[in-house]
Design a protein around this ligand. Sequence first.
Ligand code: G3P
Length: 217
Amino acid sequence: MKFFADTAEIDEIAELNALGMVDGVTTNPSLIMKSGRDIIEVTREIAAMIDGPVSAEVVATDADTMLTEGRKLAAIAPNIAIKVPLTWDGLKACKRLTGEGHMVNVTLCFSANQALLAAKAGATFISPFIGRLDDINIDGMELIADIRTIYDNYGLETQILAASIRSANHMKEAALIGADVATAPPSVIRKMADHVLTDKGLEGFLKDWEKTGQTIS
Ligand code: G3P
C-alpha cells in the first residue's frame, strides 16, 4: 500500500520523506488554509520535494472553471494530480482532464455508486472519506471494501486512495482490504510505530544491559 502524507506542512513532509515513508501528498482547501501558504507556492515546493503524485484541489464548482483551475494547478509540476469533488460537474471535469493526460483525484467520495461513476469518468484516484462516515455512525471501512470488490469485479484501474484517515487502525484495515493508497496526517503515520510492549521490552533490555557494565564501542 502506498503512503501519501495528507498535509501541506513542508517540514512534516520532509521528515517522513527522509524515511522513505512518502509515496505522494494530498492537500485540500482546508489544509492549504491551515498552512497559511499560497496554494501555488506551497504546491510547487511539495512537488519539487517528492517524486510521487501531489494532489492539489480546484475550488470552482462548475466544470468549465474546474478545467481552467485544474490546468493551472497541473502546470505547476509534472507530478500534480488535480483534485475535483465528486459532483456531476467534477465528473465532467475529470473526464476532460484525464483525456488531456492529467492525473485526476476525485475526492469527497462517500458511496460505492459515486466511486463507480468516478472510475467510469477515468479517475486516476478515488478518495473515499473513511473518518467522516465513521463520524455519522456509518462504517467508512465498509465503503473501502465495497469499492475494492466492485473495481476488482470489472478490472477498473482507478486507484483506491483511502482518505479521512484518523488512526493507525484505519491504516491497517485499509491495507487488509487492499486499498492502493492511504493518505494520512503525518501524526497517524508516526503512530503506526507505537506499541506498549515494544517500549516495555526496550526498557527491559536496557535495564539488563546496564548490569553488564559494557559499552559497544
Ligand atoms: O484527504 C481528506 C482529508 O484531509 C479529510 O480528513 O479528517 O478532515 O475528514 P478529515
